[in-house]
Design a protein around this ligand. Sequence first.
Ligand SMILES: CC(C)(COP(=O)(O)OP(=O)(O)OC[C@H]1O[C@@H](n2cnc3c(N)ncnc32)[C@H](O)[C@@H]1OP(=O)(O)O)[C@@H](O)C(=O)NCCC(=O)NCCS
Length: 190
Amino acid sequence: MKALIAHIAAWLFRKMQGAELYLALRNLRRDGHHISVSATFGPRVQLRIADGARFNIGKGVEVLHDSWLIAHEGNSLDIDEGVFISQHCTVSGTVHIGRNTLIGGFVTIIDGNHVFSDSASPVKTQGGVQKPIDIGEDVWIGTNSVILQGVRIGDHAVVAANATVTKDVPDWAVVAGTPARVIRDRREEA
Ligand SMILES: CC(C)(COP(=O)(O)OP(=O)(O)OC[C@H]1O[C@@H](n2cnc3c(N)ncnc32)[C@H](O)[C@@H]1OP(=O)(O)O)[C@@H](O)C(=O)NCCC(=O)NCCS
């Protein structure tokens, strides 16, 4: 009996979370953002969208629990169809992620840097610069990697676990390390 009550309580809880998410997504669509009805979001995923930002989330996109998608004023966050974003990721700023790209857990993709050129004042008072990030299609980004501003990651590339990507990555390249360097071409024998 206890097990049955627990089961019903869990079901109701999940339903309520679903309803909340449904209402939030309906409001977003009304505000002109595009979020495919087939996109799915795990528990505690946050979509933080400033006024004047644009959000576009394609068909079949899946975002696992505790990930944050953030768009500040003037940013455009485009996640194409079939993209998979694992748990605890942060995607922030003007970022494009191409079709069927796979992003491992704890990955950070941020298009911003603080300005620190004035040594006489605190960094936090000097503002910031943003440069868009473009990630191609069929890219695999390994867990814990960091993708920095202005970078383009080519189609079919692989970013090894724990890499820090500071420069453009060619199509089909496998990159690893901090800063990330090309270790091979995916079309060669491993
Ligand atoms: C990069 C990766 C895919 C292996 O690619 P590969 O082309 O088969 O590479 P290899 O294993 O042959 O290694 C080639 C070289 O790169 C190095 N290397 C591999 N992975 C690395 C990493 N994450 N960081 C630093 N160097 C790495 C290897 O040590 C090797 O160096 P060596 O030539 O000096 O011995 C794999 O190591 C990796 O990082 N996978 C990500 C796993 C993950 O994040 N899973 C969960 C997310 S879905």
